[in-house]
Design a protein around this ligand. Structure first.
Ligand SMILES: Cc1cc2nc3c(=O)[nH]c(=O)nc-3n(C[C@H](O)[C@H](O)[C@H](O)COP(=O)(O)O)c2cc1C
Ligand SMILES: [Mn+2]
Length: 441
């Protein structure tokens, strides 16, 4: 992450704030406003109550995420398939190299920036920490993010949602009556940012995939207090263990859907030690911002793209916007009713997130919601091109069934009258250079 920040800074893409900022709500407010205005990474050099600078919005755009893993931002869905395949027992060199720690410094948890994000959050939270742990039975490694509420220097409470791999490890360890050792990585190697967030298969080690993406072994060092290795380049490592058969109150917390999750019983992480690199930088992720939701949108889009392509022709691109529960599919219609098959296949391909599905032609920019809306408003007859599928669940955490039912929108041109829907073009529009005409603007 450090190298990537240096690259961003060198080319003038890093916003640097030297004025002191308060981690209690102020940092989140300034981050939100600056993200909205510029969508650039921000480095806060002076944060009240801590010696650590805070960087945020590092991975908050498709272009930066694509750059980090060395692929074309416009071809994410297709190239992602290779990513998932990278983990499948690729033969070859050891993806990890072992190094000694070179001058790590120890500190207390409360020496780190303790950032409070949303208005009603119960406490400061760590939002960018990747948990690294090993399956207590097989020893296979895993990386995943889990928000963690600061309680004291010795205790964090972490949201381990059902079915996530770390959650399964924790439950396995509990059955053995053992704590589960884990380390939280803050500012881990940039290639691991996306792999940690991706829903890779259970037996795939996300860090190994990150190494294969990087094309070189990741240097690992031993932890000080637990029997685990962590990437040596990680800025900050919090070592600890999940206590067996212990759940304590966590929340409320302002979450990615834009609401507060209420207080509830969650996992207890006993902190055993914190090690930091010299001049360590702390990574903060504003919950619900592109830096958090983009990884989810990208992996859901790629998943839909792969599964649809296996079943149907003419699938050109997929994105989820303006939120992960809306899938937009760009197709090249091959036969009457093709779009309808695509819509129905999408809810089979993505049972969790595709609550609303819109299918458009290849002359629509699926990354521009206004353009998608234009297609709906001009090419879709609500009485016959919109389908409501009743009584079908989607988002899993939904006891009140607020997300039940699906809406499918065919916004492609009527198949037998396609030529009537030719999009008008302004001749020369692509060649105009505004500076030639408005030199002073
Ligand atoms: C920034 C960020 C924060 C997240 N927070 C949580 C969380 O608090 N709890 C949770 O269970 N999953 C959270 N997730 C989702 C999981 O980390 C993600 O689904 C991951 O792929 C799970 O890894 P696994 O497939 O190895 O279980 C978060 C994801 C991101 C990108
Ligand atoms: Mn996993």
């Amino acid at each position: 992450m450090r190298d990537y920040i240096a690259r961003l800074r060198a080319r003038g893409d890093l916003l640097v704030v030297d004025k002191e900022i308060d981690p209690f709500h102020e940092l989140a407010a300034v981050t939100a406003a600056a993200q909205k205005r510029w969508d650039k990474p921000i480095l806060f050099n002076k944060v009240k109550g801590t010696r650590f600078p805070v960087v945020t919005n590092v991975y908050g755009s498709r272009e930066r995420l694509a750059e980090v893993i060395g692929i074309d931002a416009k071809d994410f869905c297709r190239q992602w398939s290779n990513l998932a395949a990278l983990g499948k027992g690729t033969a070859g060199a050891d993806p990890f190299a072992r190094v000694e720690d070179d001058g790590l410094i120890e500190c207390k948890l409360s020496d780190l920036p303790l950032i409070t994000y949303s208005d009603r959050d119960a406490a400061p939270y760590f939002t960018s920490a990747m948990f690294i742990a090993k399956d207590p039975e097989t020893g296979v490694g895993n990386l995943s993010y889990h928000r963690s509420m600061y309680v004291s220097d010795d205790e964090l409470r972490c949201r381990l949602a059902p079915r996530h791999h770390l959650t399964i490890y924790h439950e396995k360890a509990e059955k053995m009556g053992k704590p589960l050792e884990a380390a939280m990585l803050i500012g881990a190697p940039a290639t691991s940012f996306l792999t940690a967030a991706a829903p890779l298969p259970y037996d795939v080690d996300e860090l190994e995939v990150a190494a294969r993406l990087k094309g070189a072994p990741i240097a690992m060092r031993k932890c000080k207090y637990i029997d685990l290795e962590v990437p040596a380049d990680t800025e900050i490592v919090i070592e600890g263990r999940f206590l067996p058969n212990e759940r304590r109150a966590e929340g409320p917390f302002g979450e990615f859907m834009g609401y507060y999750v209420p207080e509830g019983p969650n996992a207890v992480f006993e902190v055993l030690g914190v090690t930091v690199r010299r001049d360590a930088v702390f990574h903060s992720i504003l919950c619900g911002s592109p830096e958090e939701v983009l990884t989810l949108e990208l992996s859901v889009s790629a998943n839909i793209y792969q599964r649809l392509s296996a079943a149907l022709p003419g699938i050109l691109d997929v994105t989820c916007q303006p939120f992960v529960t809306h899938a937009i599919i760009k197709i090249d219609p091959q036969f009457e009713g093709h779009a309808r098959q695509v819509m129905l296949a999408t809810i089979g391909a993505e049972p969790i997130w595709a609550k609303v599905v819109t299918v458009v032609d290849d002359d629509v920019n699926i990354y521009d919601m206004d353009d998608v809306m234009w297609a709906i408003l001009t090419r879709c007859r609500p009485d016959k091109d919109m389908l409501i599928i009743p009584e079908t669940p989607s988002f899993y955490r939904d006891d009140a069934k607020d997300h039940w039912g699906r809406l499918l929108i065919d916004a492609t041109k009527p198949f037998n009258r396609r030529e009537e829907f030719e999009r008008k073009k302004i001749r020369l529009a692509d060649t105009v250079n505004l500076a030639d005409w408005f030199p002073n603007a």
